[in-house]
Design a protein around this ligand. Sequence first.
Ligand SMILES: Nc1ncnc2c1ncn2[C@@H]1O[C@H](COP(=O)(O)OP(=O)(O)OP(=O)(O)O)[C@@H](O)[C@H]1O
Ligand SMILES: [Mg+2]
Length: 381
Amino acid sequence: MDLSQHKIEIVLGAAEIAQLEQGDPASAGLAVTVNELEPSAPISKAIVQSASILCLEVHAGVPRSLGRIGELRAEYPNLPIVALVRDADVALVRSLLRQGVNDVVDLPLSLRKLTESIGEILGSVASRPASVERRSGKLIAVVKSIGGVGATNVAVNLAASLGEQRPTCLFDLDIQFGSAATYLGAQSEPSLRDLLEGGARVDGDFLKAVASEGPGSLRFVPAPSDIQPIEAVDGTQIRRIIRTARGEFDYVVTDLPANWTNWTLALVAEADIVLLVVTLSIASLRQGKRQIQLLRSQGIDPARIHVLINRVEQRLFKTIGPEDAAKALGHPVDLSIHNDYPLVNGANNQGVLLADLGKRSKVARDYAKIAETVTTLVEQA
Ligand SMILES: Nc1ncnc2c1ncn2[C@@H]1O[C@H](COP(=O)(O)OP(=O)(O)OP(=O)(O)O)[C@@H](O)[C@H]1O
Ligand SMILES: [Mg+2]
């Protein structure tokens, strides 16, 4: 794509201009003008009207800088806007995306990231017929209180059930300990690594080429086969991957690592619903409570957080029951799955779905019910 025919107006305060990376934007094929304007100053019509894309500094500590975005969006609904932000936290990124910015790029500004972002925005604008609304698939983030509670089983079996009804893609984002491919009996290549390395080339076709065929019509992206630090994952790239997936599929299900980093928090912040998997052990409930508190502190609406208790025993004399769990978590519990280790473990080892191995089992019926509930919940979210 020839980017040089598009005029990019960059608006930055003096402090950020001083930090600009040395380099010639023209050599990267960009027609760029840098305008010096403090984050609180109003933006002149002349700048906006000459821009094909406006890249605007947003400063978390300057409310007026955020206000400028809302005003611009209201006045110029179709103008592509890139927010340039230093040390963006999840709440800010989320609020910017809600206000309709097309992308968020980190400051100090790097020419590579800017070129990627602009190429992607122009590509998606060009490929979108003006009259057709782009699909925005529902994002379901599966998280766990502690390791081993059964989150991957939930992600895999839920995604497979959803996939029977509508186009669904499962992402194993448990970068270091991903086991979804094993449970699905699927190949582990190509993987998320290909998408992470694909940069701005990641679009619907690229994604569909990487996502392997799962059972039924489920598509699946395995975790990278070699272990890499979760902090090494580029948050902007993950956002691009998930945004692309939401443009292609009705449901996008992600299995997330137990540890939080910036990109995992940003992802749950964008999710339609977060499924928190717990078991009825003291350690799991204690940690589950902390997870809920953390999610809430990130500005995630508690109504989007749904607790799923896995491995519920039917005992005559209960030790801890679902009601106690809700009390311990300080959050309602709306979903549960029976305990059936031989069946679940057998399915995992053979790489088959629970619905295929134990069609009439309680666990398979629980999963069918969960899929039904989740489809209702995401519509309400
Ligand atoms: N409903 C269930 N009944 C009995 N055992 C279960 C059930 N669900 C999961 N398990 C067992 O729990 C173990 C962990 O499951 P799984 O890998 O899905 O958990 P996880 O939370 O993703 O773990 P990790 O932290 O390793 O990613 C497996 O041995 C699995 O067989
Ligand atoms: Mg797992």
